[in-house]
Design a protein around this ligand. Structure first.
Ligand code: HEM
Length: 392
């Protein structure tokens, strides 16, 4: 019988939050399957293993009852379901993510939002784009796509953050749950009010397609999955945009080439490879299984570290570097298997096709005047939380 994976009791959550990449690099080389005490989970840092886990839902379940997610969302969302139950709910939202709908309905709206939001930025000043642009752009686009336009950008960002922090409240403290409760109440009130409008005027938004489906899923699940999309659809495009901007502005040669060839989508793809906005995901192990000669016992929780998989020496050369023109931009930032990100195409287009060229068109000579003023943060989710840029 194989032995359990080694235990590491030195890596702290604070280290993982502030700069996990040197840790991942060491783990990939020395102990790619490791029980990290501070996380309470078995971390998997190699690309083949993270992919195997996500592609094998029969053994690695998304339905982990030990997480605070249900409590935070007042619901069991599609993200934590398996098999047919998951598929049914995912399909219910799918018409809103249909490529044609994205192209004809959402992208013209995202383009307009991008132009409006970029136009209101001051020229010649240093501004924090995290604060003034990236989150608000993601929030407004998402509100339109979901059919909750009555929510302000500030509402959407607060709800998203409240739900995420509630779902990550592994210490089961009161305050984060209370904040999540307030978000749930506000979202429910908004959805209650928006129902009549969407029933009277069926449209391609996620709320409308779920409400007006021939065989709708339960109302509670419609609400649950709008909430998961709010929780999961703002931070990631925001972080992807900020990360890609950082990569381009700190590599002027690449930026010049990207401008010349209009390679903004390529830049976005390298941005999300370099720093995965969702860096880690959890799965519950439902039967004993072996990975790299280690027993992963039933009942264990594994964490796939896609942030590490994306820099794995086995699949990417010099993965620590941001390099738009690398030939091996393999990444798992949108996940794998049945839970593969439903918003992939929206995010790629919203950031790569639309926001990056719109922003550089208006401010072609942007710079980051003080590199030390850029602050990176995050273990589960990661990106710059402060990115002051001189707009010119
Ligand atoms: C760069 C931006 C984005 C990244 C990197 C990203 C990443 C991911 C990842 C890694 C997952 C899978 C999680 C897991 O396996 O446990 C996921 C799921 C999901 N994402 Fe995204 N996401 C992004 C943008 C969006 C946007 C804009 C939306 C909505 C418009 C969205 C909606 C969803 C939904 C609904 C799921 C759950 C799918 C399921 O469980 O079947 N995402 N995302």
């Amino acid at each position: 019988m194989a032995e359990l994976a080694p235990i590491n009791d030195t890596i702290t959550l604070e280290q993982l939050e502030s700069d996990p990449f040197p840790i991942y690099r060491k783990l990939r080389a020395e102990s790619p399957v490791v029980r990290v005490k501070s996380t309470g989970r078995t971390l998997l840092t190699k690309a083949a293993d993270t992919k195997f886990v996500k592609d094998t839902p029969e053994i690695f379940s998304s339905d982990d009852p030990n997480t605070p997610m249900k409590r935070a969302f007042w619901a069991h969302t599609l993200m934590r379901k398996d098999g047919e139950a998951h598929k049914r709910e995912r399909m219910a939202m799918a018409p809103a993510f249909n490529p044609k709908v994205i192209q004809t309905e959402w992208m013209p709206k995202y383009q307009q939002i991008a132009e409006d939001y970029v136009a209101r930025l001051p020229r010649g000043e240093v501004v924090d784009l995290f604060e003034l642009l990236s989150g608000a752009y993601a929030a407004r686009g998402l509100a339109v796509l979901l059919g909750v336009e009555d929510a302000s950008d500030a509402d959407m960002m607060e709800w998203s953050q409240a739900l995420i922090e509630g779902a990550g409240n592994f210490g089961w403290r009161d305050a984060p749950f209370e904040r999540a409760d307030r978000a749930n109440e506000a979202i429910h009130a908004l959805l209650d009010k928006a129902q009549d409008r969407h029933r009277a005027n069926p449209n391609p938004s996620a709320f409308s397609v779920m409400l007006n489906a021939e065989d709708p899923i339960e109302m509670q699940q419609i609400y649950a999955n709008i909430k998961i999309a709010i929780g999961g659809g703002i931070n990631e495009p925001r972080d992807a945009l900020n990360t890609t901007l950082y990569g381009l502005l700190t590599n002027p040669d690449q930026l010049a080439e990207v401008k010349k060839n209009n390679d903004w989508v390529k830049a976005f793809e390298e941005g999300v490879r370099w720093v995965a906005p969702i860096s880690a995901s959890s799965r519950l192990v439902t039967e004993d299984v072996e990975i790299r000669g280690h027993l992963i016992p039933k009942g264990d929780t594994v964490m796939t570290i896609q942030a590490s998989a994306n820099r794995d020496e086995d699949v990417v050369s010099n993965g620590e570097a941001f390099d738009v023109y690398r030939e091996d931009c393999h990444h798992q930032s949108f996940g794998n298997g049945p839970h593969f990100c439903q918003g992939t195409h929206v995010a790629r287009r919203a950031v790569g096709h639309i926001m990056l060229p719109t922003l550089f068109d208006r401010f072609p000579n942007m710079t980051i005047p003080d590199i030390d003023a850029v602050v990176w943060r995050g273990f589960g989710f990661r990106g710059p939380i402060q990115i002051p840029v001189l707009l010119q």
